[in-house]
Design a protein around this ligand. Structure first.
Ligand SMILES: Cc1cc2nc3c(=O)[nH]c(=O)nc-3n(C[C@H](O)[C@H](O)[C@H](O)COP(=O)(O)OP(=O)(O)OC[C@H]3O[C@@H](n4cnc5c(N)ncnc54)[C@H](O)[C@@H]3O)c2cc1C
Length: 375
């Protein structure tokens, strides 16, 4: 790797990969620094792999905007490059009067966000589509689906490689220093500590993105950049359930910190329940079997034939949340840091769900920011 590059991206999750593919330009040296031995080993491979439609988020938020745009782009990419995916459709179910009101609000919200294909389902219509699902009403989202996220990442990785992006694996960013109009980035690999210079530095470090911002000299508390880890566990479902649910994704009314424990079918037909939402101090991907009963009770409300024996611990992922416990909605942070005296630094912080769906739209947005910079 040369000692000087034009654009450096920290993190090879789906967001860093999509950005690398989008910002690479002939004649500009671009690299991606990743601490693991390959791409996509963290949050990007520990999620529901749902292509969201964009229903849940406040109007005009980045989450809403990039989810709606990303939904369309992800399907396009999947069709163009043969990435495994299924447009399964999703139903959000209300089980009582109180939830019915929330369902109506969600339906309105989806419309405001530009999700044009939503259908409100009466109890009878819900029963016709999903006879084993119990609810007073539902919303059908036909454009929700699932994608093989690793294959999607491989497409971005391949595009970036074709556009001559250098991937530097097994290398961790340890320090950032502003030197004139550029940045000296200190890195650690098997050989020890070294550094390189870049004009543009894009922070896509997922669960570490607040730490990277701090390395650049930003006060994460004053800026509202401090991340809270919020664990989401999954339990796999016995194949018996495949006969009981018509292949659609079935979601409850969302909770404060997540979309609620839902039923997902992966692109290869496996079914699971999850994720729950538990704020944690450490990154630890173990699934606590003691949570099985809570999963069972949460889903039994809308899927009465479910039995406790149908559930087996599966895997967990950690959400990089800006919203702390009990706090209000927080949007993605995707910021040029000129006003903090750090022109050329772009921070992406709190890229939790729908980050997988939104990645190609985020990449376009960041690429347009980069084009405005002089480097
Ligand atoms: C339980 C759960 C369920 C979810 N479900 C969905 C869903 O169904 N649909 C959806 O759209 N989204 C979903 N998401 C969100 C989605 O998974 C994330 O938004 C997305 O994967 C974030 O990608 P990323 O590239 O920002 O982060 P990551 O995948 O975490 O990548 C960051 C990379 O940065 C690297 N890195 C960190 N620090 C350093 C350093 N100092 N030096 C070098 N490299 C570093 C890491 O090793 C990592 O590879 C879910 C998330 C969770 C946790």
């Amino acid at each position: 790797m040369s000692i000087e590059v034009d654009v450096a991206i920290i993190g090879a999750g789906i967001v860093g990969l999509a950005i690398a593919a989008e910002v690479a330009q002939p004649g500009k040296g671009t690299c991606v620094i990743e601490k693991n031995h390959t791409f996509g080993l963290e949050t990007s491979s520990r999620n529901s792999e749902v292509i969201h439609a964009g229903i849940y988020y406040p109007e005009d938020s980045l989450k809403a905007r990039f989810c709606v745009e990303g939904n369309r782009l992800v399907y396009q990419l999947c069709e163009q490059y043969g990435v495994a995916h299924k447009r399964l459709g999703k139903i959000i179910v209300a089980v009582n009067e109180e939830e019915f009101k929330e369902l109506e609000e969600l339906y309105q919200q989806g419309g405001k966000n530009g999700v044009e294909d939503l259908r409100f389902l009466s109890r009878k219509e819900l029963k016709e589509l999903e006879p084993n699902v119990e609810g007073t009403a539902g919303i059908l989202s036909p454009s929700s689906g699932v994608v093989d996220s690793h294959s999607l990442m491989r497409i971005f990785y391949g595009q970036a490689r074709e556009r001559r992006v250098d991937f530097i694996f097994n290398t961790e960013v340890m320090g950032i220093e502003k030197v004139g109009k550029r940045y000296r980035v200190e890195i650690k690999d098997r050989e020890g500590i070294s550094s390189f210079i870049t004009g543009v530095l894009i922070n896509c470090a997922g669960l570490n993105s607040d730490k990277i911002a701090r390395l650049a000299g930003i006060d994460v508390d004053r800026s509202g950049y401090r991340l809270h880890y919020c664990k989401g566990e999954y339990f796999s479902l016995s194949s018996r359930l495949r006969q009981l649910v018509g292949g659609r994704l079935i979601y409850p009314i969302p909770e404060l910190a997540g979309t609620g424990i839902h039923i997902t079918s992966s692109f290869d037909g496996r079914m699971r329940l999850g994720p729950n939402a538990i704020y944690v101090a450490q990154i630890d991907h173990k699934v606590d079997e003691a949570h099985k009963v809570a999963f069972y009770q949460a889903v039994k409300r809308y899927l009465p034939p479910l039995e406790l024996e149908d559930l087996e611990p599966d895997f967990a992922g950690i959400r990089p949340k800006l919203r702390g416990p009990g706090e209000d909605f927080r949007d993605f942070v995707i910021a040029r840091e000129d006003e903090k005296g750090l022109p050329g630094l772009i921070n992406l912080i709190g890229i939790e769900s729908p980050g997988l769906t939104a990645a190609p739209a985020i990449a376009r947005y960041v690429a347009s920011m980069v084009r405005e910079l002089r480097y």
